[in-house]
Design a protein around this ligand. Sequence first.
Ligand SMILES: Nc1ncnc2c1ncn2[C@@H]1O[C@H](COP(=O)(O)OP(=O)(O)O)[C@@H](O)[C@H]1O
Ligand SMILES: O=C(CO)[C@@H](O)[C@H](O)COP(=O)(O)O
Length: 464
Amino acid sequence: MPLVAGVDSSTQSCKVVVRDAETGALVRSGSAPHPEGTEVDPAAWWTALSSSVEAAGGLADVAAVSVGGQQHGMVCLDEAGEVVRPALLWNDTRSAAAAAALNTELGAAAWAEAVGLVQVASFTATKLRWLAEHEPEAAARTAAVCLPHDWLTWKLGGGGDLGALRTDRSDASGTGYYSAVTGEYRRDLLMRALGRDDVVLPEVLAPSASAGRTSAGALLGAGCGDNAGASLGVGARPGDVVVSIGTSGVACAVSETPTADASGTVAGFADATGRYLPLVATLNAARVLDATTRLLGVSHEHLSKLALEAPSGAGGLVLVPYLEGERTPDRPSARGVIHGLTLSTAEPAHLARAAVEGLLCGLADGIDPLKAQGVAVDRVFLVGGGARSEAVRRLAPVVFGHPVLVPEPGEYVADGAARQAAWALTGGDEPPTWELAGTETYEADPDPAVRARYAEVRDLTEGT
Ligand SMILES: Nc1ncnc2c1ncn2[C@@H]1O[C@H](COP(=O)(O)OP(=O)(O)O)[C@@H](O)[C@H]1O
Ligand SMILES: O=C(CO)[C@@H](O)[C@H](O)COP(=O)(O)O
C-alpha cells in the first residue's frame, strides 16, 4: 500500500510521521526543534521541517503529505513571496490592546455571530491590527497573509505565485476574519483589523481536497490547524472531548453544530472533517511542568513521582499557572501565583502536586464552558507532551470528574495530518478508518475540593 506523511509544525518543534495509507501503521518518524520565543522567522520552520523529514527517512516513497500546524500565527508575505517580518505566534500577547479595541468597536456578540469567536490576542486579526498600528510600513508592504501551515504547504508545493496559497476550514476559522458557517472570508472584518482588504488570502480547501503536488510529485493535502489535526488523529467523533497538553492547553470537541459564544471563552472553530470544533485554549500547559522541574531541580519523571506522593489538594497549596499571562480567562498580563504556603506545604512533593493540579484545573475550566455550549462529553481523550507524565494521567480524572482515555504516546497532530493525506489520496466522504493503538483508560474518584480551592485562589488573581 502507498505511504502517506503527516507533519505537525507546532510551537516547540516539528514532527513528521510516515504511515501506511490503508492501515495507518507507523512506518517511521522524525522531529526537530523550533526556536524559542513568540516571534519566529518562518524560515526556521522550513529548516526544522527539512531536518525532521530527513530524520524520518525522507519523502521520496510517500504518495501524499499534509501539514498540520500551530494555529493563528501571522505570516505576512510581500509581492515577491518574501516574509515581511517574523511571524507573531498564537502565544504572543502584544496585540491584547488591539483585541480589546476590536471588541469595543464591533461588540463581542457581533464578532461571535460573524466569525464564531470574540477577539483575544491569540487570533490573527488582532495581530494584523497591531501591525497596522505599530509597523505601518510592514503592513503596507504586505501582499498576502497566511498561517504557519498554509506557508509550509505553499513552500512544499514550490512557493512562487501568491495565488497558489491554500488553507483549510479548521485553520481559516482561527483567523478572526473567516466564517466557518458560511465558508467565506469576511473581508470587511479584515479591513477593520488591517485597514486594508486587498491582500491575498489563501483559498480555503475542502477537508479532503488537494493543495497541489510537491516537487517530488507527492499529493499535498489541504493541511489543518493542530487541534483539528489531533482530533482527526485520535478519530474523535461527536461526544468526544480532546484535551491537549502541549505549549497550549486545549479542550475541544468535534460537533455537528457551530457555536457562537459571546462570552469569548469558547472559540467556534471548524474541524478537519467538515464539522465544527468548539475549543477553549490556555496559554499555559506543558511548560508549567517544565518550569516546576526547573524550580525543584528534578526530571519530569521525578516531578511526577513527587506529585503522586503528596495528598490530594496538596494540603491547600495552590499554583495558578498563568506564567505567560493567560488567554482563558482573558488576562494577558496575569502572572502565576503560589498560595497557601505553610511549614507543612513547603515541600517539593506539595509543589509538584500543586503544579499538576493547577494545570489540570486550568483545563477543567475549559471543559465546563464546552458543556455550557451544549457539547456532549461521553469520552475525554488526553494527548500532547504533558500526557507523558504519569501524574497528569492519574490526576486528570480526579480533577475533570471524567474517566480519561490516553492513547499510547505519539504525535497525534501529525497522525491527523497523515490521515488527511490518505483521505486526499483515496477520496470519499469520510477519512479512512485507522485503528487507535494502545489506548488506556484512567479512572479515579473525583475530588471537587481541588477545583473549589483552586477557584478561590484563581479569583484572587482577577484584574491582574
Ligand atoms: N514526560 C513528560 N512529562 C511532562 N511533560 C513532558 C514530558 N515529555 C515532554 N513534556 C513536555 O511536553 C511539551 C511538548 O509537547 P508538545 O505536545 O510536543 O508541544 P507543542 O505541540 O506545543 O510543541 C514540552 O514542554 C515538554 O517539556
Ligand atoms: O492557539 C491555539 C489554539 O487556539 C494553540 O493550540 C496553538 O494551535 C498551538 O498549539 P501547540 O503548539 O501548543 O500544540
